[in-house]
Design a protein around this ligand. Structure first.
Ligand code: ADP
Ligand code: MG
Length: 687
């Protein structure tokens, strides 16, 4: 054991040394012959360790076996002791019973002679005695039976004694057997212990021998490593020198970096400045272009005239009925889209307007024509678009349209939205809408909570001369959805107010007022443009004799306001000093949007059928008359008449029979209808 312990210590020391060697840098040893050797040694060592561990395992196994055998021996000894004790007890018990049986037999033997005596005496006695004798005999008999029984018991007991003797012998043999077995196991165990001891000793000796060999190899290895270390030192010195040099360089690096950053920053700053100045230049150019665009646009509109009149002929519809009354009476000039021919009472009449739209023209075509006007609203101009014409000629269709095919109102707002969106980077815009109607010279808010309330037109108290309508509801709109909601609301207001909406709407002027307020984000410049979209009341004339009461009053009001509109437009076009805005609610309300450099467009709606020719003629005359008012002082026409309300009401087509080749509007002094230098052609009816 001592030797074993010593070897273990030796081995631990070897392991520690080995560990130390392993911890040393292995780099320089790579490839040298010692490393290979040491690896082999290490392998061997680990193998030996493994074997030793195995021997240890075997030893502990043998120890366990010896322990088990010893335990078993103790157990057998214990059992033997128990058997011996049991046997002694049994012997004790049997001898006691034997003793008892002997005693019983002795006592029984002692009892029998007196009984025999009684029997003899009874034989010579009388009958009484005989009876006694028989009794005695019976008793004797009984006693004899008892004796026999006792004998039987005795015999049984003897047998029992014999069997217990046999048992004892058997137990003794068993004990002897156990003892011999024990002896043998003990011998075996001793033998095994001996052989194990030998094995152990042998294993320890072998391990020791191996460890010694390994130690030697490890020592050699160590020597090799030492020499390696000596050769590595110079290399380490050069590495340290290199490292120090690099360290010095790194210390200088931030300064270098700062220098570089400074120069790059300066370059970037310069570049940004250049870009900035470029941007400024571009912005300046853009603004100049914007101004130019506005100027060009204004020039275009000016060339087209600030007041323009176009006609739109609706298609023949089912409502026009059938027969000669529903035949078409309107034709167009294939080469000139500003000419319209009407066959009235068999006579052809021609008119020239700024543009004429045939029934084939779509809503989009018409909108295309007014688009420029609408966009000028964003630049701060006021614009009026009127739909004029007899009831059923298509005014509402042109202005409102149908849900599937909307008219100017909705398209205008959509266009405004998209234009405003485009300019959103430079301008901030808000678009608001109001809706009103004028019926019998009473102004009502169609978007208000109280549509019945009469609204007044007032002069702004700020002295600017601007007009405003206190209480007129304004809704801010941002999308087509918003517009639709506003229109719907206005419509509902009108529907609930009037039982016969069609009838009512044809007798009233409907106005949609869109206000576009803008602010230039860079300059803070503000603009306000107003777009007035007006669906006028039906222009048909009500015969003096036929109408009475409210119908006549309505007709008078409509006539008065349409005449006033004609007068105002005429006065504006001829640049008269006084413009009679106050002659009607409509012109008074639109004063701002009709005067100054505002732009006005009148769409004259025309029904093409035969039965309406007289109203159509009247409408076209009105249109051409509005249009023929010349612009500019040099071109002002002296003979320009005014539309008095009387004239509007009393006008009779028969008294002004149009000449086929003459201007249909024939002003009072005929022959002056063509303006000097006019590009008008001599008109010939096409049909
Ligand atoms: P107004 O408003 O002048 O009384 P409407 O706009 O109500 O006339 O038009 C009368 C009828 O003619 C409507 O049914 C309308 O749909 C139809 N209509 C008018 N103009 C056109 C057109 N250009 N294309 C198709 N239908 C039209
Ligand atoms: Mg209408």
């Amino acid at each position: 054991m001592v030797e074993n312990e010593r070897l273990r210590q030796e081995m631990r020391r070897c392991e520690a040394e080995l560990q130390e060697l392993r911890a040393k840098p292995a780099g320089p040893c790579l490839g040298c012959e010692h490393s290979q050797e040491s690896a082999q040694l290490r392998d061997k060592l680990s193998q030996l360790q493994l074997e030793m561990a195995e021997s240890k395992g075997m030893l502990s196994e043998l120890n366990l076996e010896v322990q088990q055998k010893t335990d078993r021996l103790a157990e057998v000894e214990l059992r033997l002791k128990d058997c011996l004790a049991e046997k002694a007890q049994e012997e004790e018990r049997l001898s006691r019973r034997l003793r008892d049986s002997h005693e019983t037999i002795a006592s029984l033997r002692a009892q029998s002679p007196p009984v025999k005596y009684v029997i003899k005496t009874v034989e010579v006695e009388s009958s009484k005695t005989k009876q006694a004798l028989s009794e005695s005999q019976a008793r004797n008999q009984h006693l004899q039976e008892q004796v026999a029984m006792q004998r039987q018991v005795l015999k049984e007991m003897e047998q029992q004694l014999q069997s217990s003797h046999q048992l004892t012998a058997r137990l003794r043999a068993q004990i002897a057997m156990y003892e011999s077995e024990l002896e043998r196991a003990h011998g075996q165990m001793l033998e095994e212990m001996q052989s194990l001891e030998e094995d152990k000793n042998r294993a320890i000796e072998e391990a020791f021998a191996r460890a010694q060999v390994e130690m030697k190899a490890v020592h050699e290895n160590l020597a090799g490593v030492r020499t390696n270390l000596l050769t590595l030192q110079p290399a380490l010195r050069t590495l340290t020198n290199d490292y120090n040099g690099l360290k010095r360089q790194v210390r200088g690096f931030p300064l270098l970096l700062q220098e570089a950053l400074r120069s790059v920053k300066a370059e970037i700053g310069q570049a940004i400045e250049e870009v900035n100045s470029n941007n400024q230049e571009l912005l300046r150019k853009y603004r100049r272009e914007l101004q130019l665009r506005k100027k060009c646009h204004n020039e275009l509109v000016r060339l087209k005239g600030n007041i323009r009149v176009i006609a739109r002929v609706r298609p023949v519809t089912k409502e026009d009925g059938e027969g000669p009354e529903a035949t078409n009476a309107v034709t167009f000039d294939a080469d000139d889209d500003s000419i319209i021919h009407l066959l009235h009472k068999g006579k052809p009449v021609s008119f020239e307007l700024d543009k004429v739209f045939s029934p084939q023209a779509s809503q989009q075509d018409v909108f295309q024509e007014v688009q420029a006007l609408i966009t000028s609203c964003i630049d701060g101009f006021n614009v009026c678009i009127f739909a004029y014409g007899q009831t059923g000629a298509g005014k509402t269709y042109t202005m409102e349209g149908t849900p599937e095919n909307p008219g100017i109102n909705q398209r205008a707002l959509q266009l405004l939205f998209s234009e405003v969106q485009e300019k959103a980077s430079d301008w901030e815009y808000t678009i608001t809408v109001s809706a009103a109607e004028i019926y019998n010279e009473v102004l009502r808010d169609l978007l208000g909570k109280e549509p019945q309330e009469k609204l007044e037109i007032r002069l702004c108290p700020d002295g600017s001369g601007q007009l405003y309508v206190p209480g007129l509801t304004e809704f801010q709109v941002q999308s087509v959805d918003d517009i639709n909601k506003v229109f719907e609301f206005g419509h509902t207001n009108r529907t609930t107010e009037f039982t016969n909406l069609n009838e009512h709407s044809s007798r009233s002027h409907a106005l949609l007022i869109v206000t576009v307020r803008g602010m230039d984000c860079s300059t803070g410049l503000r603009t306000t443009g107003k777009l007035n979209l007006v669906d006028l009341a039906g222009s048909e004339r009500v015969g003096k004799s036929g109408a009475e009461g409210s119908r006549l009053r309505e007709a008078q009001h409509i006539n008065k306001s349409l005449s006033a509109l004609g007068d105002v437009i005429a006065a504006l076009r001829s640049r008269q000093g006084h413009v009679p805005f106050r002659n009607s609610k409509l012109t008074y309300l639109l004063q701002d949007s009709l005067s100054g450099d505002s732009k006005t467009l009148m769409v004259v709606q025309v029904s093409p059928v035969e039965k309406n020719t007289s109203e159509t003629l009247y409408s076209l005359k009105f249109a051409e008359r509005v249009r023929s008012v010349e612009l500019g002082p040099g071109l002002r026409r002296a003979e320009l008449g005014s539309w008095s309300s009387q004239e509007h009401l009393e006008w009779e087509p028969a008294c002004q029979t149009p000449q086929p080749s003459a201007r249909a509007h024939s002003a009072p002094s005929s022959g002056t209808s063509s303006r000097p230098g006019s590009i008008r052609r001599k008109l010939q009816p096409s049909a």
